[in-house]
Design a protein around this ligand. Structure first.
Ligand code: FA5
Length: 331
């Protein structure tokens, strides 16, 4: 039986040492040392051996078991090291290859346009004022001279939040909020979202305006023209010209609509309407508690989408709100 064990051990040892893969070794381990393996079967035959011989044969069998197990571990380690080396050789990392560029975010064209307008006005000394988007009907309309039965209310297709509360239809209520909260002189701008029930290729139910208000002792139409001329040159280039046409807004008197003409802007005769403006109506000064004999001021309101559409030749306002990366990545 010892001879049988020795020849089984030698043969298995050779098999292990010549195995070419970790899988092959595992198969050998199962076929020799496994429960139904050849060595285990020989050991099962120990029951028929005399009690004298049993310890000797048992010890030889255990020695072979230990030798084979060690051989298996060694051959496995050698094969695994070889596999690793081969992988390292084949899977070379090219450290000189250019890296993957992370996707670079950009400013939304409306944010960029708003910042451009705000920066230009800040250079003239305008401070930022804020007001809520859900505004009282009084401040959105009554306080700025648009009484309940005023036909001008029809021009603003209003979204009502609650009785007496609307989504502001323009940034002009911030004029009144500012004048009620501080004495003149004031020079503020207010940028923000406004809402009107209005939608087509050039009108959106939510859009953005920037309001300007300047109140001081001697403020005239020529100051207004100077400020707007500077602002529109900043936006559309040094050749931009402005034109004022009489218009009507209840919160200013006189009121004007301002057109711009500049290189690269084409439409009809070249003049494009860009904003509404005028001298602050005395009724607003009265409501705010300003002395109408002393305070003078002008106000204007500009549509951010309108400016961005002209600057970038965008024909449909809805592109701004669709988050389509094909559109946004162009800016
Ligand atoms: C006003 O809203 C006045 N509050 C502006 C003003 C302020 C006049 C201070 C005088 C003194 P108007 O309704 O014209 O005015 O709107 C101003 C600008 O907002 C328009 O020139 C236009 O560019 C833009 N606008 C108006 N409605 C929409 C809309 N539905 N979608 C996108 N832009 C709009």
């Amino acid at each position: 039986m010892i001879d049988q064990l020795d020849s089984l051990g030698e043969a298995s040892l050779k098999q292990i040492q010549s195995a070419g893969s970790v899988d092959a070794i595992e198969q050998i381990r199962v076929s020799v040392l496994g429960k139904k393996g050849s060595l285990s079967q020989v050991l099962r035959g120990l029951a028929q051996v005399s009690a004298e011989e049993r310890p000797k044969i048992g010890s030889v069998a255990n020695q072979w078991k230990a030798r084979l197990e060690t051989a298996i571990e060694e051959q496995k380690a050698t094969l695994e090291a070889g596999q690793l080396e081969a992988r390292i050789k084949n899977e070379k990392i090219d450290v000189t290859a250019p890296g993957l560029l992370p996707h670079q975010g950009r400013l939304h064209p409306l944010t960029a346009t708003t910042r451009k307008i705000v920066k230009a006005l800040e250079r003239l000394g305008f401070d930022t004022a804020l007001g809520p988007e859900a505004e009282t009907e009084i401040l959105n309309f009554d306080a700025i001279n648009i009484s309940a039965d005023h036909p001008a209310r029809d021009m603003h297709d209003t979204f009502f939040v609650n009785p007496g509360v609307v989504l502001r239809t323009h940034t002009s209520p911030v004029q009144m909020r500012t004048m009620q909260s501080q004495p003149w002189p004031v020079r503020v701008l207010c940028a923000g979202a406004v809402y009107r029930c209005d939608h087509d290729a050039t009108h959106s139910p939510m859009f953005h305006q920037i309001e300007g208000l300047w109140v001081d002792q001697k403020v005239s139409m020529s100051d207004l023209k100077g400020v707007l001329s500077y602002l529109l040159k900043e936006l559309f280039g040094p050749d931009a010209e402005i034109r004022m046409r009489p218009s009507y807004f209840p919160f200013v008197e006189p009121g004007v609509e301002v057109d711009v003409r500049a290189k690269g802007l084409f439409k009809g005769d070249g003049w494009i309407e860009i904003l509404g403006a005028g001298l602050v109506h005395p009724e607003l000064f009265k409501f705010a508690g300003y002395d109408i004999k002393k305070a003078q001021g002008f106000a204007f309101g500009i549509g951010v989408e309108r400016v961005a559409m002209l600057l970038h030749k965008i024909s449909d306002i809805r592109h701004f709100y669709q988050s389509d990366s094909r559109f946004l990545s162009q800016f």
